[in-house]
Write a protein that binds this ligand. Structure first.
Ligand SMILES: Cc1cc2nc3c(=O)[nH]c(=O)nc-3n(C[C@H](O)[C@H](O)[C@H](O)COP(=O)(O)OP(=O)(O)OC[C@H]3O[C@@H](n4cnc5c(N)ncnc54)[C@H](O)[C@@H]3O)c2cc1C
Ligand SMILES: NC(=O)c1ccc[n+]([C@@H]2O[C@H](COP(=O)([O-])OP(=O)(O)OC[C@H]3O[C@@H](n4cnc5c(N)ncnc54)[C@H](O)[C@@H]3O)[C@@H](O)[C@H]2O)c1
Length: 452
């Protein structure tokens, strides 16, 4: 049995930087990755989807070109070329990461699945990879997750897709049926509609279910305005239908017959892949239970990224690694800013109206439709809204929702203010640049009113 100073399992968003930092401090480190380095984000998550989105945005803009006095002629999407562009970019990024990891002194990379037997004393945890067992007193888990597959009768009789297989398609689906109206369903749904697929989203109890109803409705209008069909229903049965897939639903409506079926109903943790003897305590959702510095229930084992249930994004996973590496920082009190990359995107931080209303605080709201934002009007991107919530008594900023052009960037100003504990008058009195989207943050804070 070989011994390492530290073993890192998972080369997703947190593992590589932890492994590299430990090796730089002189540790002999083993990094185990069962798939391709870079994890979900690099291989079948954020980056390929945002690269593909770029093609969808260009197609959309080209179709709208005459609104801007520009003539492009007939717009056609070459889907194989768009997906090839994605693969070229991603392969290059992955190769860069892989080469960097191989170049680090003191770091060994093993590309197989690891199982773990946790030692309750913390002295000698055992990690098995293939027919080799290694021991270490320090184990860092960056296991991530995978698509959760709902128990829909007949689902196993068809070749359904998750995001992994969808991104491997080389031909455009004629009709993409998507189960789930969350991040993945909405981002892909809009993209494939813009490429020319028919798209039907079966959204359960509604799209963007964690957002306020008016925000979800605005998103609904944007997507259906582009021809995406959204039905608030769940599949009751799935089966083959000729060369397509037939999906029956619980709304009594007509079954949907698509050429492809994407399942995007949330994620499940990869913890099970460590085998039955890891010994780690989990929470009620199956995530590894952690303390403020990522310590698990077993001494000498830390859990970072999606698998600890304290974030579900690349930036939260990567920040986990940075917090871990810079004691005494902790994850406690982290303000999570995030974006849904529809076009226009939805930027979010802090409370929704519903959460603020239920908080027992005296809440003030400032908002504007994007159609009143001069930059948005100038650029012909007037869909959406901007909203900030504040506490009337303490002057704290409570949250922001921005659905509109550049919302993914603009919302970070509010995120930073929230993280820094800046009171809203400071943001209100800041000097913004004109004409930008962000200039409306100070501007709308001048017209706060009680939240109804
Ligand atoms: C389609 C899609 C789009 C997304 N878009 C965005 C976005 O725009 N912005 C954003 O912030 N987030 C986005 N996300 C979420 C983001 O990808 C994840 O939150 C992020 O990748 C989590 O990082 P992680 O390091 O925790 O896990 P992962 O990136 O999943 O990495 C975990 C790694 O551990 C490996 N592993 C697991 N178990 C073992 C084992 N037993 N042995 C060896 N290796 C193992 C896995 O193979 C994987 O490589 C998206 C996700 C999806 C699916
Ligand atoms: N822009 C981003 O940062 C980004 C993009 C994509 C994914 N992600 C990450 O990936 C995670 C997973 O995304 P997702 O879209 O799979 O999950 P999600 O949790 O965002 O949405 C899943 C939706 O599917 C619905 N649903 C569940 N079962 C259903 C059923 N049987 N029929 C119909 N609807 C059903 C749920 O009610 C929910 O609204 C996200 O939570 C996010 O953390 C992030």
């Amino acid at each position: 049995m070989s011994h390492y100073d530290a073993i890192v399992i998972g080369a997703g968003q947190a593992g590589p930087s932890v492994a590299a930092a430990l090796a730089a401090e002189g540790d002999h480190v083993l990094l185990v990755e069962m798939d391709r380095v870079g994890g979900t984000c690099l291989n079948h998550g954020c980056r390929p989807t945002k690269a593909l989105r770029a093609s969808a945005v260009v197609a959309h803009q080209a179709r709208r070109a005459t609104e801007y006095g520009v003539y492009t002629g007939q717009v056609e999407v070459d889907f194989p070329a768009a997906i090839q562009r994605v693969h070229t970019l991603i392969d290059d990024m992955r190769d860069g990461l892989h080469s960097w990891l191989l170049s680090i002194d003191g770091l060994e990379l093993d590309t197989r699945t690891a199982t773990l037997i946790g030692d309750p004393t913390g002295r000698e945890h055992r990690v098995t990879v293939g027919d080799q067992t290694h021991a270490s007193g320090r184990i860092y888990l960056d296991l991530g997750g995978r698509a959760a597959i709902p128990a829909i009768p007949g689902l196993d009789t068809v070749q359904y897709l998750t995001e992994v297989e969808l991104l491997r398609l080389t031909a455009l689906p004629r009709h993409l049926v998507i189960v789930g109206g969350g991040y993945i369903g909405l981002e892909f749904g809009q993209m494939f509609r813009r490429f020319g697929s028919e798209v039907t989203i079966l959204a359960g109890s509604g799209i963007a279910a964690r957002e306020d109803p008016d925000v979800a409705q605005a998103l609904h209008d944007i997507l259906t305005g582009e021809g995406v069909v959204i039905r608030n229903t769940r599949p009751t049965r799935v089966g083959p239908d000729g060369d397509g897939i037939r999906v029956e639903t619980d709304d009594g409506g007509e079954p949907v017959i698509g050429s492809h079926l994407l399942v995007a109903t949330g994620r499940t943790s990869n913890l099970d892949l460590l085998g039955p003897d890891h010994g780690l305590a989990t929470d009620e959702r199956g995530f590894v239970r952690i303390g403020p510095r990522y310590e698990t229930s077993l001494p000498g084992i830390w859990a970072l990224g999606d698998v600890n249930g304290h974030g579900a994004f690349t930036h939260t996973a990567y920040q986990d690694s940075q917090i871990l590496l810079t004691p005494p920082r902790t994850v406690t009190g982290r303000v999570t800013t995030y974006a849904m990359f529809t076009d226009p995107p939805l930027g979010r931080v802090g409370m929704t109206n519903a959460e603020a209303g239920a908080s027992g605080r005296q809440v003030l709201v400032a908002e504007t439709p994007m159609s009143a934002v001069s930059r948005a009007r100038l650029e012909g991107e007037t869909a959406g809204l901007m909203r900030i919530l504040v506490d009337a008594d303490t002057e704290e900023i409570l949250g922001a929702t921005i659905l509109g052009m550049q919302a993914d960037d603009v919302v970070q100003i509010v995120g930073l203010a929230l993280q820094a504990g800046i009171s809203y008058p400071i943001l209100r009195d800041a000097l913004p640049i004109h004409p930008t989207v962000a200039e409306f943050l100070p501007s709308i804070l001048g017209s706060l009113k009680p939240l109804e």
